[in-house]
Design a protein around this ligand. Structure first.
Ligand code: SAM
Length: 283
């Protein structure tokens, strides 16, 4: 069996609750030459948890390395161009993380909105963002809690790879609220392929793509795999302790239209190991 087949079987075993069998299969795949397998074997020997954004050393190394360098460069440039074109007076970023997208976008733009709200639930990620954007109000909060506080509106709302962290029913409510209070909404997300969850094709595709992702990180590969990529991967595979819910771009469009947005468009942002990244614009 190839390392890909062995690892796909390891994920199937983990999904079925057979952690020891998953570890054995990962060890065999590791001997067949897979880096992802070695990382999975190590991860299964520990007590890894899914709090990927609360102790964010791995996440911040992840977004600053590999294919994320080009992806974030393209993202910040595209956002800066939108600010300059639309000249919004007010800007909201939901799930801004440590500011890797929004801070360079504001630095690159000629037009800077006079009111800026940056919302992020992880205190560890939000720390330090305010000093880089002193004119912004920073809120340590989920999108759901923040939008329930009052009925402020914004000319421009953005959320980059963050609405995927909100499970779809709650996200539908967030989108409905935003539709009433937003001029333009811009989402950055991945246009992921659709598979029957847990099917052999799905697991094999996850293995192939995550193998490529881990390979991009050189000496940071273990940090990034143990603290971010594997908890995310196993969350997708198992369905519990899930950290994100992603969709093909056509599903994001449908969710935005269901929320009441009438003018929704998708454009390519960058190629990426996981899936192509897209910008989705809704008004
Ligand atoms: C993949 S990171 C993206 C961070 C940042 N927007 C960027 O582009 O680098 C996902 C972010 O969503 C945040 N998040 C998780 N649940 C959230 C929620 N309910 N509301 C808002 N943000 C959330 C996480 O804390 C994390 O910062």
């Amino acid at each position: 069996m190839t390392s890909i087949e062995l690892l796909a079987d390891a994920l199937a075993a983990h999904r079925a609750g057979e952690r020891d069998q998953a570890a054995d299969l990962a060890a065999r795949a590791g001997r067949a030459g897979s880096s992802l397998a070695g990382e999975l074997h190590t991860y299964l020997a520990g007590d890894g948890s899914a709090s990927v954004y609360d102790q964010p050393g791995a996440f911040t190394a992840f977004i600053r390395g590999g294919g994320n360098v080009g992806l974030y460069r393209a993202l910040s440039a595209a956002l800066a161009a939108r600010y300059d074109e639309a000249k919004p007076e007010s800007l909201l970023d939901l799930g801004c993380g440590d500011g890797l997208a929004v801070v360079p976008a504001l630095e690159q733009a000629t037009h800077v909105p006079s009111r800026i709200d940056l919302v992020e639930p992880s205190a560890a990620l939000l720390e330090g963002v305010h000093e880089r954007v002193p004119s912004a109000q920073c809120w340590q909060s989920t999108a759901q809690e923040f939008l329930a506080r009052d009925d402020l509106g914004w000319d421009f709302v953005q959320s980059t790879f963050a609405l995927q962290s909100i499970e779809p029913d709650q996200r539908a409510e967030v989108l409905r609220t935003l539709q009433l209070r937003t001029g333009t909404l811009v989402l950055a997300e991945f246009d992921v392929p659709e598979y029957a969850e847990g099917s052999p094709e799905h697991l094999r595709s996850l293995v192939e793509r995550y193998e490529q992702g881990v390979a991009e990180y050189g000496e940071d590969a273990s940090l990034v795999a143990q603290g971010f990529l594997l908890p995310v991967l196993l969350g997708i595979v198992d369905g519990h302790e899930r950290t994100n819910w992603e969709h093909p771009a056509t599903d994001w469009v449908a969710q935005l239209e269901t929320a009441g947005f009438t003018d929704v468009g998708v454009e390519p942002l960058a190629d990426y190991w996981w899936s192509p990244a897209v910008l989705i614009t809704a008004s």
